[in-house]
Design a protein around this ligand. Sequence first.
Ligand SMILES: [Zn+2]
Length: 285
Amino acid sequence: MPELPEVETLCRQLNEILPGEKILAVEVLDPRLGTTEDEGLDGRKIERVYRQGKYIRIEMGKRSQDPGISGPEKGRGKIKQKPSDDRLTAALHLRMTGRLLWQTGSEPAPPYTRLVISFAAGRLILIDPRRFATFCVRPSETAPALVENPLEGLPPHHLKKTAEKRRLPVKSFLMDQRFVAGIGNIYACEILYHAGIDPRRHAGSLSDAEWRKVQKASAAVLPRAVECRGTTVSDWRDLFGMSGENQNHLEVYSREGKPCRRCGGMIQRTKIGGRGTWFCPICQK
Ligand SMILES: [Zn+2]
């Protein structure tokens, strides 16, 4: 499942290709995506792509170059403002198994292709075997891009207060998208290892100093994962079909029975909230 660094990687790669490109055609191959081909996307130019939590947001300009819409209005009857006169933003969420692929050749679309957006420079393809991904189009509103580290800038006592109200292990708290957007299983395990915090501890039991350690750890773990274009432990691929490289930097995730690189003790696996959780019982208190 793509987490913050993977979604951020896709946004950055899309932002290198798409701004200025005009949508030539949109093919929706799966009605479960929650969108149709008549959203008025063709003819629009992409302005920018940014991440909001785990959403990929694609901002598009007005369809001003379509003479059928921007030309002089005929007749004296009331003409309703067409939705295509607004600036639009598409919000794409990959959920469990969604991935994006940029194709420039004439090769056939891969199996499980759900959506194809064609541009002069190439095609953006959404592939999703389990069909949980969503794609919806709304009028643009000003939503700021998020920082790389969702824990950055939050006062530790605010984190502590929020956590105290929740009866959750700290790992589950970090993965709860209502409080911290974008951190999933892999990065929650890694951040808590770097912070030296036992993932089984109650989130409300962490002191301000310990929350500062969690923040510092996330500021080390997440940007590095973005630099490495994400973590490929199963099916993650970037926009160009390449594996990420952050799996080479994992300290605990999926390392059950292997020695801790800090203390030499053995990494253990447990389950928290139904999810596999890896930690060092010596380094994490
Ligand atoms: Zn250790």
